[in-house]
Structure formats: C-alpha cells, structure tokens
Design a binder for this molecule. Sequence first.
Ligand code: RRO
Length: 309
Amino acid sequence: TTLTANIAGFEFDDILLNAAGVYCMTTEELDQVLTAPGAGSLVTKSATPSFRAGNPAPRFTKMPLGSINSMGLPNNGLDYYLDYVITKQAVKPLFLSIAGLTKTDNLAMLHQIQASNFNGLVELNLSCPNVPGKPQTAYDFDATRAILTEVFQFYTKPLGVKLPPYFDIVHFDMVAAVLNDFPLAFVNTINSIGNALAIDPETDSVMIAPKGGFGGIGGEIVKPTALANVRALRLRLNPAIKIIGTGGVQTGRDVYEHILCGADLVSVGTNLAFEGPAIFDRLKTELLAEMAKKGYRSLADFRGNLQTL
Ligand code: RRO
C-alpha cells in the first residue's frame, strides 16, 4: 500500500503535512516537519512582506475539544520563508504560504516569488481571521475574484488558496463559481472557524488576550465543518483543482474521512501543536490500518467515495 498524491505535476510520497501556522514559524520547526516520518510536505507560516510580531500573548491555547488562537500573523517576513523553501525544495515538493494585509502586498509578494528560483507551490491565505480591522478576504466573493484576476495576469507558477469555512449552501456555490474561473492548482479548506469565544469556568474570563478573547478555533470541534467544506467543494470544483483537507484531524480515521470527502492531501494543525511532529507517523499507521480493515490498497480506491442516503 502506498499513500501518494499528485498536485500540479508534483508527486507527494505521503499525503500528510502541517497546517499553515502550526510548527512552521522558524527554520528549526520547519526542519522537524520536513524530516518527520509520515509527512509528505510542509507549508510555511503565512508570510507578510516584512517581519511581524503579531498580537499580544496569551494568543493560542487549548480549550475543550480543540484550540483557540488569535496570533495576528506573527512571522519572519517573506524573504525568510522564500529562502527556506528554495534551499529545501529538492527534498520534496513544498508549500510557501503568504498572507498580505492588502491586495497590494499580496501582489508584490507574488511578483517576488515569480521572479525567484522557487519552483514549488504557493498557498495564498485569503482567510486569516485575526488581524484587527482586516476582514477575511474569501468571505467577499467580489474581492476574491478581483485579486485572483490580477494574480493570474502575471503569476505562472502553481498556486492555491486557503479558504475559510463556509456555512451556507449558496456560499459554496458562489465561491466555487469564482474559483472555477481560474487555473488554480488547489484549494485548502478549512482555516480556523473565526471569531469564536472560549471561557474559563474557574475565572469567568476569556482564554486569549487579543480582541477581547475572540479567536479562530480548530481541532476536534471543527471536524464536521471541515468535512462539509471538503465535500461541498469537491462536488463543485473543476476536477483539475485539487483539495487539501484541513480541520479536526486527530486519528487515522479522521484522515480517512477527509479523503472520503475528496481530499488529495490532509493537513494537521491543532493536534500537531499538541502532539508534535511524531503525529504524522501515528496518523499514517492508523490510516493504513483503517484502509486494511476496509480492504483498500490505494487512496484512489475510496477518495471521494462518500456514501449518501
Ligand atoms: O496568525 C494568525 O492569527 C492566524 C492566521 Br494568519 C490564519 O490564517 N489562521 C489562524 O487561525 N490564525
């Protein structure tokens, strides 16, 4: 049994990777994901043109059934991550994530990447929920169309977008109609469910400092939303647009369910933060056991094969 995938001509020897933002801020963390057994790729922390300190701490914490964060896009700046992926791109296909605070910043970063020696995949994050005053671009379908229109006027390397969760069938239709008009290599769904609130019962206090305690949630609690978004987009997107499933992955069964819904790769955020890079090998072992139980020898045997009633 092999667990491989293909996106935009890139062959992945394993289908698991980190979710952007988790275990990918520094070269030390990135090296650990790069060399972790079971990990087929990595994605770098979403970059802005220059270093950002992000929001005040505490800004990430465990909560019942998952995590809540309002990091505020702390990162070491595009040059840092672009240097890293260029240095390591011969090892395996890699993803570089960018998240400009403005369309102008995103276009400037993509011009720099286009002109660089990086030949991997870029994940354009249109869904950061945590920068005060900056809405999540992908909740604005016209703004999403506008930036992709400008991007594809000059950008020719493989590009995908990181999407926020959608909660309305008409919104699935609307975002898919926009995305299908562009030569995207992939979409990654979902980012954290934005602007949730967790309360500590001992202190009657919010659990993170920024934004009065509002933050994006991930982990077990978001799995049904994540699966719904993978499934809904797989049913609507052009087959050439591959899907990275993200959200609520704690066991091999969770990976399996993302694939049943149509995911090509599966990424791990909250539970990678809790468990560390050893999680990839555990998930791979558990996925292989689940496949054996069902009599499947390849991912193609069940990808997208969700049964309905
Ligand atoms: O840095 C963050 O606060 C953050 C980002 Br950019 C994102 O895309 N998703 C998230 O949960 N946190």
